[in-house]
Structure formats: structure tokens, C-alpha cells
Design a protein around this ligand. Sequence first.
Ligand SMILES: *Cc1c(COP(=O)(O)O)cnc(C)c1O
Length: 405
Amino acid sequence: MNERWRDVARATGLVAADGSVRPTIFAEMSALAARTGAANLGQGFPDEDGPTWIRELAARAALGGENQYPPGRGIAALREAVAAHQARHYGIEVDPESEVLVTAGATEALTAVILALAGPGDEVLTLEPFYDSHAAAIAMSGATHVTVPLVPGASGFRLNTAALDEAAGPRTRLILINTPHNPTGTVLTGDELAAIAAAAQRTGALVVTDEVYEHLTFDGAKHTPIAALPGMRERTVTISSAGKTFSLTGWKIGWASGPAEAIDAMLTIKQFLTFSGGAPFQPAIARALTDGDADIAALRDTLGTRRDLLLHGLAEAGFTTMRPDGTYFVCADASPFVTDERPDGAAFASWLTEHVGVACIPLAAFCREGSPTAAALANWVRFTFVKDEATIRTALERLAALKRS
Ligand SMILES: *Cc1c(COP(=O)(O)O)cnc(C)c1O
């Protein structure tokens, strides 16, 4: 089959058994939740908008005349703010002129870097489970998707470094990681990052790192960008976005920073994906990155409290959970509730939404169909805590009935 969109559909689990294309699991579960009145802990977007002062800046920019195409690389103020942010938080120096690119969310940055630098015959390595757009962009590029599992254990979902060493070889063009990690909530440790850096150095691969949850960590867990490791600045493209950090996911302001050659390559692709966008949002996010630390701290505190509430309630209901160090998500093993009528996490998630009134997402949706990791995580589901406390409490009251069903 030569239709690339079918490869994308297959890579992201969008092909139904009869060969037709179906909606994403996120859309499917949200629609089911809406139809049944379920508390939606499935799709991970905030139900509270970001800080008023940042939204006012964007409104003023729109009314003040910033409504035409911004430059393809992004406005200077935002590129400078990204560079200052990387220096202030992580000690990483990047040149805002040549080493920063503003994109239509992290999604466009991810797609642009993969289309720019990988193609047929190349391998792109990712963690598994993985964020769906990673698999989609790899399929669009025609490269082969190779995965390395995150394995649940006593200290959370951890990288299998032996599998990484085995998987990384001469055809590995990109190693695409995500930390803090969606869906598992894992924040990669210094040792794990060092193993990834070593694999990149051994194979000559470029590392692409998706750090959209960089500020959303809990219990003092510290996010370290792999670009901050010795020798890695020159072989890493770091991607982030304002969506998760400032609860402004609909603005789609993202960015990449890294070596000028990689940024130039991305710009060439980005030029013909969107060219540019978000004119009034760019100056607002430039200010948010500079002056928004207190807002970020407040969001982190709120999310931390809701994470604990959800973890406690899930444990009470009989799930085995993994305590996430970051992100919006808790993963839970639903094995105690899997039966002949609902034989895996996917069937359990549909049943839970319809009959208990709580929506979640099966972890298999973040795995390659039929992979060993998909089999190992077949009974696992993901719940989000980026919802107001009343929604979480309603969900937990309903889940408490599970033990009796
Ligand atoms: C939400 C999310 C993105 C998408 O970011 P946008 O800025 O909305 O494009 C990318 N990666 C991960 C892991 C995400 O959870």
C-alpha cells in the first residue's frame, strides 16, 4: 500500500478490524464519557484556563495590531525568552538567532524534526509506551519505528537500558525521548539519561527530547534536560511548549532549541507545514516564560494535591498504581477488575465509562499493536488528574463502588 496516511493510521492504532479508519481512543472515550455522563479522566487537557494576565497580554496584542504573519523562526522576543529560559533553569546556552525555532505547538516541532532528518531506511528509536504523535510523525517520514520499553516495577516505570543498547545501531538516526513522560509520569533519572546519551554517542544518532511537562514535577523530582549532559548540547534538539506549562493548550505555541544545522533543517520543513502562526500569542508567551514562575509553581502545587487525591482513591478502589513524578497522569493496573466479559484494559476502560461513570485510557493505546510491551501493559489504564477537584472526587466516589461489583 503506497498511501502514507494508511501507515500513519496503522502506526497509531486507527485501523479497525475491518480495515476502516476509526477515531482516536481519546476522541472515542471522550464521546462515550459525554454520552454517558461519565467523569472524564481520559483525555489530558486542563479544564481551567491559564493565568488571566497572560491571556490579557494576548488580547491586547490582537487588539493592538499583531495579527499578520510573524517571522518563520518566531518573533525575536519569544526566541530570546526561550534562550533565557534554557539558561536560567538548566544552564544551557543557545543562540536565539540561530538555535531557536518557534512552532505550532510541540507537535509541529516533533513532526518537523522527524520529517527533516529521518526517512526510509532510517530507524527512529522511541520509548514504549509513547505519545501518539511520535509514532504518527515517524510513519509520515517513512522511517522504521523501533521501541525500547519502560517497565513497571518498585521504583515506577523504568527504562530497560539493556534493551536500549541492543536496539541502538548503525541505522538509528534519531533517539526520540519524552521526559517527564506521557503516559507513565516517569521523570528519567541521571543514569537513564546517561545511558541514552551513550547510545547516541556510540551510534552517531541525534537525540530529540519532548519536554512539554518540564515544569510539572512533584515531590521535589527534578527534570534534567538531556542537552545539559556533557557532550549532548551539540547532538540534541529540545522541544517544549506553553500548552501544558501555562494551561493554554489551544494556543499551540511551541519551540525547539538545538544546533543551528538541525534548526535550519526543521525550518525548511516548518516553512511548508505552517510557515508561522500565533501572532498575538507569541509576545504573551515571551512574557509568561520570563515572568510566570509563580504561576508555574501554583499549577505544580495544585496538580500535586490532585495527584495525591487520585492516587489515594485509586488505591482504595483496589488498583495497583504507579506514583508519577511528573505530568498530568497516573497509570493503574486494572488486573483485579479484568474478567471474561472485559478481558483487557481497553475493554475495562469502555466498561468503566459506561457502567461506573469514569473514563480512562488503556495504555495499549500508547503501544505498538501486538508488541511485547502492549502485551505486558494489556491490563493497564491511564487516568488524568488535570481536572477540577469536584470532577476527581465524583470519579473517586464512583470508583469506590468497584470493589462491590
Ligand atoms: C500534549 C503533548 C504534546 C503536544 O504539545 P502541543 O504543544 O499541544 O503541540 C507533545 N508531547 C507530549 C508528550 C504531550 O503530552
